[in-house]
Design a protein around this ligand. Structure first.
Ligand code: FES
Length: 140
């Protein structure tokens, strides 16, 4: 029979909470293709191998976006616009998701994959089409 100490429980819970909130980092190995698409080299952005990892980048077509690793499958990513659908402020990563901070923003909250959690925004962060292989992710 195993026993759990209060201290062990608290430390384990804190470690899980820390893992659930992986801070976004700026993407590297980015190429803008002649057709305006953006290509991200996945070997250069090794953090994206881990589910829950986030990288942020500026794109020619969509402005500031985030790439979120959602599963281990080759296509297991979400690419979302970081422009708030309420009034266009740029959202920031917070508590395992995204928040639209003042003074420009009005406090809307979104899940890490962009789904709306709290208004005043009335919709999710815009999902952006992409294709992915084991080597690169291309934002349409
Ligand atoms: S601009 Fe984001 S909540 Fe208003």
């Amino acid at each position: 029979m195993s026993t759990f100490s209060r201290r062990g429980f608290i430390c384990g819970t804190a470690a899980l909470a820390a893992m659930a909130t992986v801070p976004a980092i700026a993407a590297t190995g980015i190429k803008t293709l002649p057709n305006g698409k953006t290509e991200i080299d996945l070997a250069t952005n090794a953090s994206l191998a881990s589910v829950g990892a986030v990288v942020e980048l500026d794109t020619q077509k969509y402005g500031k976006v985030a790439v979120v690793r959602t599963s281990k499958s080759a296509n297991g990513f979400s690419v979302i616009s970081l422009s708030c659908p309420h009034a266009g402020a740029i959202v920031k990563q917070s508590n395992g998701g995204w928040v639209c901070p003042p003074p420009r923003g009005h406090g809307s909250e979104f899940a890490l994959n962009g789904n709306l959690k709290v208004g005043p925004a009335a919709s999710a962060l815009k999902a952006i089409k992409f294709t992915a292989t084991s080597k690169k992710l291309t934002i349409a």
